[in-house]
Write a protein that binds this ligand. Structure first.
Ligand SMILES: Cc1cc2nc3c(=O)[nH]c(=O)nc-3n(C[C@H](O)[C@H](O)[C@H](O)COP(=O)(O)OP(=O)(O)OC[C@H]3O[C@@H](n4cnc5c(N)ncnc54)[C@H](O)[C@@H]3O)c2cc1C
Length: 383
């Protein structure tokens, strides 16, 4: 029988970041991180578009992103030898008929991200010369947006967790969970594990794990998002170096594209409901992405180099679910990170670790306006 103080289910960014946080604690508790796949990060975490934008997501998400900023800019000395961020900037573009939405985006963002700028069509074209002048009436530029090195971030969390004594067990899919008088017994990878606290960080599968545990139904919905990769050398209508382009987002999020490693990553920003699974992109959805790109730019796509899809999981208010379950003692939720789980992982994991330690909201999070009520699973309880 394996016995631990804490079992974390899920080796994506959520589970790994919490494992790292808890491993920093003096007089640490024994912790195991269980991952169903061969490697942590196989699902949503390994498939993200990897950007950090302080104006992305709803207002409450932005408070979590901003509370994560200091970690990304100056991580602890031993965390990583490679910078976690690479500056790129983000350009939110609008056609004539989207100018109201652009103004709303600007007004709702500028209090939290004061460096964002209202800019002209000429500015947009100077930054991204392939943009079609008829498709861009104006733009908002976020100079501080960054590309995140997600691989390094995940590995940094896992390295630090292991150094702090956390055991990481891949190929251990949790298939049964039982609460015996406040003590948990799990079955995973053919083994039985006992623990005082179970953390549910199972991404798109978190709803299923909640059901296995007899916990609250939080109404988690996995939504598929697809990405395709275009080689500029094999597309028409692109001249010159693309490496200095910012991330370009349609202000209504009908599509976005960004340069990455000499290629262009393009997404139709799709949100199609899906059961938890190893998600794959739909050809029709990618054709829509190409159509939107070709309307907005001079780029003509001939083929994709690569394509993938992943599941972004949301509850009704599109905020993460972080806190103890109201029905099952010793069951903790760390789910519903939606499309922001990478960029918010420093703040979300800090809140989770503090709650598990029996403390309150970390001061750095309180300062940016994060509240525990906005994250608490009890807000989703139908009475
Ligand atoms: C195309 C795309 C673009 C995105 N772009 C961005 C972006 O630019 N910025 C950003 O911040 N976020 C982005 N996201 C969102 C981000 O990727 C997610 O919010 C984040 O990765 C969620 O992390 P997670 O650990 O909760 O889930 P996951 O990474 O899916 O991890 C959950 C893990 O749990 C494991 N698991 C499931 N069931 C079990 C079980 N029974 N037993 C053991 N293990 C189990 C799974 O195998 C998986 O590894 C994007 C997502 C997608 C798909």
């Amino acid at each position: 029988m394996n016995s631990f103080d804490i079992v974390i289910i899920g080796g994506g960014i959520a589970g790994a970041s919490l494992a790292w946080r808890l491993a920093q604690e003096p007089g640490k508790r024994s912790i195991v991180l269980l991952e169903a796949e061969d490697h942590p990060g196989h699902h949503a975490t390994g498939r993200s578009a990897a950007f950090f934008s302080e104006s992305y997501g709803n207002e409450a998400i932005r408070t979590l992103t901003i509370a994560s900023r200091d970690f990304f800019y100056s991580p602890p000395e031993t965390f990583s030898e490679t910078p976690l961020l690479e500056p790129c900037g983000a350009l939110f573009i609008a056609r004539e008929d989207q100018l109201v939405a652009l103004e709303e985006h600007y007004q709702s963002t500028r209090a939290l991200a004061p460096n964002i700028e209202k800019q002209t069509r000429a500015f947009a074209l100077s930054r991204v010369p392939v943009l079609n002048p008829d498709a861009v009436a104006a733009c908002v530029f976020e100079p501080d947006s960054q590309a995140i090195n997600v691989h390094e971030l995940l590995q940094g969390y896992l390295r630090g967790a292991r150094r702090g004594g956390v055991e990481v067990w891949p190929r251990h899919k949790v298939t049964a969970l039982e609460n015996r008088d406040g003590h948990w017994r799990l079955t995973a990878g053919g083994e039985t594990i006992e623990a005082g606290l179970v953390v549910n960080a199972a991404g798109a599968w978190a709803g299923q794990i909640g059901t296995l545990a007899g916990a609250l139904d939080i109404g988690l919905e996995p939504l598929r998002r697809s990405v395709c990769v275009i080689d500029p050398a094999k597309a028409d209508g692109i001249e010159g170096d693309i490496s200095g382009w910012p991330l370009v987002l349609d202000v209504d999020e009908a599509f976005y594209f960004k340069p990455s490693g000499g290629m262009i990553w393009l997404s139709p920003a799709d949100e199609d409901p899906s059961p938890p699974c190893d998600a794959a992109p739909d050809e029709l959805i990618l054709a829509q992405a190409v159509d939107r790109l070709e309307r907005a730019t001079s780029i003509r796509v001939r083929r994709f180099e690569h394509k993938w899809a992943g599941l972004r999981s949301f509850v009704a208010d599109r905020m993460p679910v972080v806190g103890f379950d109201p029905l099952q003692e010793g069951f903790f939720w760390l789910a519903g990170q939606g499309g922001y789980g990478i960029q918010t992982s420093p703040a979300v994991s800090e809140v989770a670790a503090e709650l598990i330690r029996g403390c309150g909201l970390p001061p750095a999070c309180a300062k940016t306006g994060v509240t525990l009520e906005a994250l608490d699973p009890r807000r989703l309880q139908v009475i």
